[in-house]
Structures are given as C-alpha cells and as structure tokens.
Design a protein around this ligand. Structure first.
Ligand code: ADP
Ligand code: TRP
Length: 323
C-alpha cells in the first residue's frame, strides 16, 4: 500500500483530458492504496472571485470525484480550505523560498507573457501546492504532465527545508501515465478549458455529437490510407472505444476505406456509451447533497489529523514550540 495524494482545482467543469490525464489515475490508484484526494479550493481563488461560482465549482469537483468512482470508504476526499495547516505551512515555506525561484514557474511566466496582472496568490501557487503535498508524506502524486514542474517545486522545497532544519519531509514523486500524457482537443491542440476545445466529461449526447463532428481533420478522402499516429480521432477512439471498434478504425485507416465522417460517427457512439453511466451516477448524487457534504466533512476530519501531526513536527523543528 502506498500513500497517494493529489488534487484538482475547483475552476469549472472537467473534461475528457482531465479525466484520462489525471483523475482516472486517482480512481485506479485509490482502489488499493492509502489515497488522499483534495479539492484545491484555495488555489481556485487565485482566479475565481465570484462567490456563487466558487461554491458551485467546489461542489462540482466533489460530485466528479464520487461519480467517477473514487470510493469515500477507501480514499479520503477533502477540501484544502478546511485544513488550516495548508496555509500555515505555506507561510513557513514562503520564508525559505526565493522570488527568483518562483519567477521561473511556467504558470507565472505564462501569466506574465500575457501581461496579466499576477496576484500574490497566483505567484505563490507552487508553494501552496508544495504544502498540499508535503503535509501528507505521499509516495506518489498522480498528475497530468503539465503539473510535473509543480511536483518538482514541492521536492525542491522539501529538500531545502530538510537541509536547513533536518530531515522532516519525504521527497514526493510525480506519477504520470505516458501514453495518455496529453489528450488533444477538437482543434488538435492540448484539450483545455482555456482553449475552449474541450469535450466535457459529463456532456449530454447532443453536445458530444456537436463537438465530435467538429473535430478538425485533414482533407483525405475515405479511400486514402491514414496515419493513426497523432490523429485526434484515433487517439480519442483509443481512450473510449471497445477493442472491436478500435480495430475497425485502425484497419480502416491503415488500409484505406474509412472516412473521417464515419470515424466520427463511431466515436460519438463510443463516447456516449462511455459517458452515459457516469452522467447517470452524477445525476443521482446531485439529488443527495447532504451525502456529498457528509463525505467532505468526514474526509476533512481524517486529513486534518494527518496534517496536524506533520505541522507539529515542523513547528518543533523550526523553533515555534516552547517547552
Ligand atoms: P485545463 O487545462 O482544462 O484548465 P487543468 O489545468 O485544470 O485543466 O488540469 C487539471 C488536471 O488535468 C491536471 O492534472 C492536468 O495535468 C490534467 N489535464 C488537463 N488537460 C489535460 C489534457 N489535455 N491531457 C491530459 N491531462 C490533462
Ligand atoms: N495544481 C493542480 C492542478 O491544477 C491542482 C493541485 C493543487 C494539486 N494542489 C495539488 C495536484 C496537490 C496534486 C497535488 O491540476
């Protein structure tokens, strides 16, 4: 049994890329490990500053976790904002982290390049995430590829703390599945909410149809042979289709005879079959708000105990506890 920790920001509806790139690993790893899955609601307020929107987003992540099959009997599901140790530790880490080091973070550089006004919270994002991780001493941190740097930051910060104050934090490792590392969106770029090219994970059939039919392809005729490599339609098929359908697409591409229109129609069917049970489960959960809130409360109690112990150790190490 390994200790697993990960989290998702509460910033809107999740999509196929989030699922295959990150959350599916949470579900799989949660089955026979000691897993902690967080809703990173304090990270969300670096960007979401509307009260109702934030509340809805937080609840949405809880629904997503549960609908996708994270079992609250086995894994701890909790909200970061309910555990004060996350922000306590962030302050302590802030005091051993330099500004030039944080200025090298991809997320910060991207925001700067877009001439966005960067708030201090956004600048400090990697430090809060390091606290999220290090409080729970995980063996593995399952994330999508774009979060690799953040886990590296957590490792660096842990090393620095250990160097200054003595061995305290376990060095975390990221866990990234290579073959689904980046899921492409309907325009062929990385699927992302911010590009507006995503297929929502709980989409209704008509929405799936509209999005899949608009996936960008080249202009090869059905008769021409096609490459499966890097082909958005084929990649999405490989994620949601059964073996028989996938073989049919592969043969049709390699030998010619299968057009993109037909491939898309098959993808709509596969994707809808894949999504329908998830959609159904989520609908059931929405009706039982008290159950979902109960899961979060219970999760917070368990997480708080782990975090509190680590915080006590940290305070002792740095001289904040007087005997
Ligand atoms: P978005 O880019 O849509 O805003 P987030 O940054 O909120 O997505 O990502 C949430 C999680 O899902 C992260 O672990 C991230 O690495 C993963 N993820 C997001 N988009 C993809 C993608 N297209 N392929 C694989 N993983 C992804
Ligand atoms: N930054 C992560 C993302 O955008 C979310 C996150 C916050 C996280 N804290 C974490 C992921 C701790 C793993 C571990 O997806």
């Amino acid at each position: 049994m390994k200790r697993i920790l990960s989290g998702v920001q509460a910033t809107g509806k999740i999509h196929i890329g989030n699922y295959f790139g990150a959350i599916k690993q949470f579900v799989d790893l949660g089955k026979d490990n000691d897993a902690y899955y967080m809703i990173a609601d304090l990270h969300s307020i670096t960007t979401v500053q509307d009260k109702e929107e934030l509340k809805e987003n937080i609840f949405d992540v809880a629904l997503d976790y549960l609908a996708l099959g994270i079992d609250p009997e086995k894994s701890v599901i909790f909200r970061q904002s309910q555990i004060p140790a996350h922000t306590d530790l962030t302050w302590i880490f802030n005091c051993i982290t330099t500004m030039p080091y944080l200025m090298r973070a991809h997320a910060f550089k991207d925001a700067e390049a877009k001439a966005k006004e960067v708030n201090v919270g956004l600048f400090d994002y990697p430090v809060l995430m390091a606290s999220d991780i290090l409080l729970y001493s995980p063996d593995l941190v399952p994330v999508g590829k774009d979060q690799k740097q953040h886990v590296e930051y957590a490792r660096d910060i842990a090393e620095k703390f250990n160097r200054i104050y003595g061995d305290t934090f376990k060095l975390p490792e990221e866990y990234i599945l290579q073959d689904v590392a980046i899921v492409a969106g309907i325009d062929g770029r990385k699927m992302s909410k911010s590009y507006g090219n995503h297929i929502p994970l709980f989409a209704e059939r008509n929405e799936i149809e509209k999005l899949v039919m608009s996936i960008v392809t080249d202009s090869k005729t059905p008769e021409e042979t096609k490459s499966t490599e890097g082909d958005t339609l084929f990649t999405l098929h490989s994620l949601v289709s059964d073996k028989e359908t996938l073989d049919k697409v592969r043969t049709g591409y390699e030998n010619g005879g299968l057009g993109y229109g037909e491939t898309k129609k098959m993808l709509v069917e596969s994707m809808d079959s894949f999504i329908a049970p998830l959609r159904e489960k989520r609908r059931e959960l929405v009706k039982d708000r008290d159950y979902v809130l109960g899961v979060l409360e219970e999760g917070a109690n368990k997480a708080r105990n782990v975090a509190r112990l680590k915080m006590q150790e940290v305070k002792e190490k740095i001289g904040l506890i007087l005997e």
